[in-house]
Design a protein around this ligand. Structure first.
Ligand SMILES: *[C@@H]1O[C@H](CO)[C@@H](O)[C@H](O)[C@H]1NC(C)=O
Ligand SMILES: *[C@@H]1O[C@H](CO)[C@@H](O)[C@H](O)[C@H]1NC(C)=O
Ligand SMILES: *[C@@H]1O[C@H](CO)[C@@H](O)[C@H](O)[C@H]1NC(C)=O
Ligand SMILES: *[C@@H]1O[C@H](CO)[C@@H](O)[C@H](O)[C@H]1NC(C)=O
Length: 505
């Protein structure tokens, strides 16, 4: 090996190492925890799903000779399934283990027998009780950031099989107790694991492989919540780590340069589900909205509330219009309307701290005088604006809502074509105008709610919201109610946001 190539090898190795380190060290934008309490609740609801399949289990027909009789047993069908009580435990560092006990199966069948001139038939019911099974579930991630699941080491056991007959003779009872009882036990034991393995390794696995890891948010954004690493298993919970970045819908390949801050190391397990959302998620919306020139708006008379429509007139009879408060404007541009061309100059940012949530914006406002029917729009002023708002964040059902509590606006004249203007009156007026426009606009956005990635079959209960450095934490219990369905695909900021299941049965 030449000196040159070994040097390259070394550099490449180093590069690979740092790249890898960089990727591994990435914090999630979104983190979820399902606790023991949540698993136990979920698995008991999910076990109901076994019912349908258990009823399709087949036990083969039997025939033979006993006590000189030729007999045959057929049409053996599962007619009823009593779901087991399940526990799903974490195996720290590995995955999950599922143990179920107390399941019951009712089997119905027919029998026929004959010996010379004696011939009879009847039917029987068998109660299979004390059915239990256990298996391991390996949970991982695939290359697209979707979770994977596979089962390991399934075993199943049956305690008792009791028979009830309609018709028949005593030798038959012994035959059933020994031979048919064993047949039913063996067949069901084997088929239960085949059935469960199929449900996990095929049905559940395929569903997970089709899981959407991105979802549209509004008309412009795409939320990416793919897994960024394998789920972690601790004694009382499983944590999943998601990207939690928002992209421009038509430019989903461009990453923001922002880095998610570390998530708090919380070990609480008293609720069923925990969701940590980093302020990074909001900041990536801000970044991409800014980058794509989305945060521009021309504020005109029509945006003002009914009681204040005249505020941007350059001529008015009272004192509540810009032409009176800033006399230079009224004098030089009478009988016109002022428009505010607003443009964000810096990506909006969210700051979460233990006290709550603050948003900050910075922008430029160019003011022009316009007249209906005229294309001339003389330039008046440029203002520099900074705005910060505290936000009430709250949960309703499975959506996260926000409401502006307090809006702090600072304005500074940067450029003027109308000479020196009174900061005092300008601030007074523009603040009023902006607040009357912006607060309803922002609240309108907040009112649509931010969807959380949970299945539509799951409802939240006992939901709490709390704040830590850079993180909003939602802790909640779950209620499984498969009646209502939500849609994910096409929610749109113009109506209430809807959300389709993240995981479904
Ligand atoms: C959380 O724990 C990890 C490892 O235990 C540590 O590296 C990290 O700094 C901790 N984060 C915080 C915010 O305390
Ligand atoms: C605002 O008005 C200006 C001038 O009329 C126009 O060029 C611009 O496209 C408008 N911007 C928006 C966001 O409507
Ligand atoms: C403001 O100007 C519009 C026309 O641009 C006019 O219709 C309206 O009456 C004026 N409002 C007041 C309060 O003067
Ligand atoms: C808004 O400001 C950005 C830079 O801050 C600039 O690139 C963009 O052209 C401006 N847009 C408008 C409509 O003025």
């Amino acid at each position: 090996m030449t000196a040159m190539s070994s040097q390259c090898l070394f550099v490449c190795f180093l590069l690979l190492f740092t790249l890898r380190e960089g990727l591994c060290a990435r914090n999630p934008g979104f983190k979820a925890r399902i606790t023991q309490k949540g698993f136990t609740y979920a698995i008991n609801s999910a076990t109901e799903a076994l019912k349908e399949n258990v009823q399709k289990l087949k036990i083969p027909d039997q025939s033979g000779k006993a006590s000189g009789f030729d007999y045959s047993i057929n049409n053996i069908n599962v007619v009823q399934f009593t779901a087991p009580a399940s526990t799903l435990n974490t195996i720290p560092g590995v995955g999950l283990s599922w143990r179920a006990s107390g399941a019951g199966i009712k089997v119905h069948g027919d029998f026929h027998y004959k010996k010379l001139f004696i011939k009879d038939s009847g039917s029987f019911d068998a109660d299979v009780s004390g059915l239990s099974f256990s298996l391991g579930l390996d949970i991982g991630e695939d290359t697209n950031g979707r979770p994977t699941i596979s089962s390991t080491g399934c075993s199943s056991n049956i305690d008792h099989v009791n028979f009830h007959f309609k018709g028949g003779m005593s030798w038959l009872y012994n035959l059933f107790r020994d031979k048919v009882g064993r047949l039913i036990k063996d067949t069901l034991n084997k088929q239960m694991c085949t059935l469960i393995n199929k449900e996990i390794n095929e049905d559940a696995k395929n569903k997970l492989a089709q899981l959407k890891v991105t979802t549209r948010l509004g008309k412009k954004f795409l939320l990416d919540y793919r897994l960024i690493k394998k789920p972690e298993f601790q004694p009382q919970y499983m944590d999943t780590f998601h990207k939690g970045e928002l992209f421009w819908l038509t430019d989903p390949g461009t990453e923001s340069p922002l880095n998610p801050p570390p998530m708090p190391n919380d070990t609480d397990t008293s609720s069923m589900l925990y969701l940590w959302m980093s302020d990074y998620m909001f900041d990536t919306i801000g970044y991409t909205a800014q980058k794509h020139g989305f945060l521009v708006y021309n504020l005109t008379q029509k945006d003002l509330p009914p009681g204040n429509k005249g505020a941007l007139n350059t001529t008015c009879s009272g004192i509540q219009c810009i032409g009176v408060l800033i006399p230079q404007i009224g004098k030089h541009f009478p009988n016109m309307n002022v428009e505010l061309h607003m443009n964000s100059t810096q990506a909006p940012k969210m700051e979460v701290a233990s006290g709550g949530v603050t948003l900050s914006f910075a922008g430029k406002i160019d003011m022009y005088a316009t007249k209906p029917g005229s294309t001339a729009a003389p330039f008046l002023l440029t203002l520099h604006a900074t705005m910060s708002t505290t936000v009430d964040v709250y949960m309703q059902k499975e959506l996260l809502f926000a409401k502006i509590k307090d809006l702090d606006l600072k304005l500074k004249v940067e450029k003027s074509a109308v000479g020196e203007v009174s900061d005092f009156f300008l601030n007074f007026l523009i603040k009023q105008v902006l607040k009357s426009y912006l607060i309803p606009q922002l609240n309108d956005l907040g009112k649509r709610g931010f969807p959380l990635p949970v299945t539509g079959d799951i409802k939240f209960q006992n939901t709490k919201i709390s704040f830590a450095k850079d993180t909003v934490l939602i802790s909640t219990d779950l209620l499984y109610s498969p009646s209502t369905e939500y849609e994910i695909d096409d929610h749109d900021m113009s109506g209430p946001l809807k959300f389709k299941p993240f995981i479904r049965h």
